[in-house]
Design a binder for this molecule. Structure first.
Ligand code: NAD
Length: 342
């Protein structure tokens, strides 16, 4: 089978070549993202493999369908960039629901520790033989309250890590299901948390869940952590909250308008996005460019699961990682309805 692989990075290629060879999949790697301008590159392929910032909207889906592309293999968990409703009845969509929740949860804690212990500042100082400690005072995480929004695979692991630090945990989830966690209404979580970490998916409902109103409800000096999806936070409200000292610090692995910026080198360019540029100038903002997933274990799992998804799909078997527009997950179709929605 021939698969057009979009937004390929040098770290993607070795594991996908390895599993492609093992499973009889011929990946053609394109550096460009999939969008309306580049979709023509998918002509002649059986499937496409895409990542978080490829734009799989209705016009792209129609063109893929016209080329005879039968499957969109997401090599990530989130699928907010794919118009699933428009795919329904045309093209199947498979994803990698979990590749290393530890990678993301550990990165979230790395950002938090960097921020509260000013490691980002200390690193630059000592590189310049400046051994002064002025301005580097942090605070203990022990005894602080962390509010975790979204207690799925990543949220639960992050909770476990925070418990190890002796922190008090408050959680909010639309579908609470974790054991031994104190679930509270969102308003209470916002009001009582010293640190808030987002681990829920981006949906119409969660879009800008941290906006002006939510920021107003937070404790003064709150630290916001977002390793989930950028648009969970209204970036302008975040900037305003930082400027008026309501938000004490922000650690962002994702950004609302990241798709044209992240994963590329803009160091010699003028960045047009004034909100991001201003956020990055702030001493209490740390930005990483959607890096939380990037561990050797996760890259290997992503490639292995994607190859397995493709092989299963093209064998005509039920792929448990297929997304279904109607019920969310093909497994649910099979268990509850004993039939495939698609
Ligand atoms: P998951 O599906 O296991 O958990 C998501 C949780 O969010 C579930 O418990 C669900 O009930 C909850 N939820 C759904 N709607 C909600 C709402 N409206 N309000 C509150 N909670 C709600 O997902 P996961 O594997 O833990 O991943 C979480 C998110 O992390 C993903 O959606 C993805 O966007 C992001 N992610 C980021 C990276 C990265 O590199 N930064 C990597 C992987 C995943």
């Amino acid at each position: 089978m021939k698969i057009a692989f979009f937004d390929a990075k040098e770290y993607d290629i070795p594991p996908f070549e390895k599993y492609g060879k093992e499973r009889g999949i011929d990946f053609k790697f394109y550096e460009t993202k999939l969008n309306e301008d580049t979709v023509g590159l998918a002509e002649g392929f059986d499937g496409v493999c895409v990542f978080v910032n490829d734009r799989v909207n209705a016009p792209v889906i129609d063109r893929l369908f016209g080329y005879g592309v039968r499957v969109i293999a997401l090599r990530c968990a989130g699928y907010n960039n794919v118009d699933l409703k428009h795919c329904f009845g045309k093209i199947h969509v498979v994803r990698v629901p979990a590749y290393s929740p530890y990678a993301v949860a550990e990165h979230t804690m790395a950002l938090l520790l960097t921020s509260v212990r000013r490691i980002h500042k200390a690193y630059i100082r000592t590189k310049d033989f400046n051994f002064s400690l002025n301005g580097l005072t942090g605070f203990d995480l022990h005894g602080k309250t962390v509010g975790v929004i979204g207690t799925g695979k990543i949220g639960r692991i992050f909770i476990g890590i925070c418990k190890g630090f002796g922190m008090r945990i408050l959680a909010y989830d639309k579908f609470p299901s974790a054991e031994g966690v104190e679930y509270v209404p969102l308003e209470r979580l916002l009001a009582e948390s010293d640190i808030i970490s987002l681990h829920c998916p981006l949906t119409e409902e969660t879009y800008h869940m941290i906006g002006r109103e939510a920021v107003d409800k937070c404790k003064k000096g709150v630290i916001l952590l977002n390793t989930s999806r950028g648009a969970l936070i209204d970036a302008e409200a975040l900037l305003e909250g930082i400027k008026r000292r309501k938000i004490g610090a922000a650690c962002l692995d994702v950004y609302e308008e990241e798709s044209d910026l992240f994963f590329r080198d803009f160091s010699g360019h003028i960045v047009e996005d004034d909100v991001l540029a201003r956020l990055i100038t702030m001493p209490n903002v740390i930005v990483t460019s959607h890096q939380a997933f990037l561990t050797e274990e996760a890259l290997d799992n992503i490639a292995a699961t994607t190859a397995e998804n493709l092989v299963t799909f093209f064998r005509g078997e039920i792929c448990e990682n297929e997304l279904c527009y109607r019920c969310g997950n093909i497994e649910t179709c099979m268990k509850e309805r004993r039939e495939k929605c698609f």
